[in-house]
Ligand binder design. Structure first.
Ligand code: ASP
Length: 360
């Protein structure tokens, strides 16, 4: 897998990056937005929002134009929801929460409605949120009835003395907080159900090795789809959040990187990261914290730190995926070592910029 991954990466262009509100657009796609970004004044306040919507094998030929349009529209809607809050001086935490709730409510992404299925045919949801200035964090895992896991993660952070809650206990807390609960069928989508069926079939035809059954559950069609957001508000406060259904065909109460603070989600006063990809690798390599630690200890620029971890450390390990990251100055990095990653950002100009494929 490493060799294949390496080859794909060598053939591909590197990460996308630019400062929010800066005149340089580099390789990031600004589709319809290029003109307005390059017109943005240098002294523009550096605040904004970046979102991922999952990374993996997202190829032009496997995405219908209708679906592509729907994905782009929903990513824009999420950016807009966060931007409205930031523009009026609201907090990065509120912006992150608002953007992620929209993505959780959309069946297009692997979070909330549209979450992937476990081996047993259930949906089990994980989420986390972190506020950079105080390093407060909230995380939840293994939820089956909470409509918006990111809201519960935030409640854990703000309304409890704990950082992480799981399963039935977390859902009891959600009830106590009067958060919206739904029946398990709410999360069911036919597309994700069929993905599970394909994964089960593939598994049946493979040798049953304990470490192999998640590695490529859907062969070349394998996609991630986790959603997230990182934001920098007008007070210079960073926040990060991530929400996911995990990985298709997961078993035994598996929990991925998303609710593990420092793995899939992390924010401090200088750096915020939300990750999407093969969670086991992101946990073992503490990806989100590793990126921010490189800023802290090595004083690396955000781009270099994020590129090193995603395009070098993770690639060598065989870990597929990507991150979105934002620093205290509004610099954005969005490296991914998979063929595609849904991603978007919005700076002070309020122009949404959304990209899916590598070459965008
Ligand atoms: N990182 C998630 C997990 O392993 C999957 C994803 O990003 O889609 O649970």
């Amino acid at each position: 897998m490493f060799v294949l991954l390496r080859r794909r990466i060598l053939a591909a262009s590197l990460a996308a990056l630019l400062p929010l509100g800066c005149s340089s657009s580099r390789s990031v796609v600004r589709t319809e937005a290029d003109a307005s970004i390059s017109a943005a004044p240098e002294e523009a306040p550096r605040w904004g929002l970046v979102i991922p919507g999952g990374a993996g094998v997202i190829l032009r030929e496997s995405l219908t134009s209708e679906r592509e349009a729907a994905v782009r529209a929903t990513l824009q809607e999420a950016l807009q929801a966060g931007h409205v809050i930031l523009a009026r001086g609201g907090s990065s935490l509120d912006a992150v929460t608002a953007a992620i709730r929209i993505l959780e409510d959309s069946p297009l992404f692997n979070a909330g409605k549209g979450a992937v299925f476990t081996h047993e045919g259930k949906n089990e949801l994980d989420a986390a949120i972190m506020f950079g200035p105080t390093r407060q964090a909230g995380a939840v895992a293994g939820l089956r009835h909470v409509k918006n896991p990111i809201t519960l993660a935030r409640a854990v952070m703000e309304q409890s003395p704990h950082v992480m809650m799981i399963g039935e206990g977390a859902e009891a807390f959600a009830r106590q907080q009067e958060l919206e609960l739904v029946s398990e069928s709410y999360f069911h989508t036919e597309e994700r159900w069929q993905s599970l069926q394909r994964a089960l079939e593939a598994e049946g035809s493979q040798a049953r090795q304990p470490t192999s059954f998640w590695s490529r559950p859907e062969g070349r069609a394998f996609k991630f789809g986790t959603v997230g957001a990182v934001a920098l508000d007008q007070k210079g406060q960073l926040a990060a959040g991530t929400s996911t259904g995990g990985m298709t065909n997961k078993r035994f109460g598996r929990v991925g990187d998303v609710p593990v603070i420092g793995a899939g989600t992390y924010a401090d006063s200088r750096c915020a990261v939300s990750a999407t990809g093969h969670g086991e690798f992101f946990i073992r390599y503490t990806v989100a914290r590793d990126i921010c630690a490189r800023l802290q200890y090595q004083e690396l620029p955000l781009r270099e730190a994020a590129d090193t971890v995603v395009m070098d450390v993770l690639v060598k390990a065989g870990g597929e995926g990507g991150v979105i990251a934002l620093d205290e100055h509004g610099n954005v990095a969005m490296p991914f070592n998979s063929p595609g990653m849904y991603r978007g950002y919005m700076g002070p100009d309020g122009v949404p910029s959304v990209a899916i494929f590598r070459e965008e």
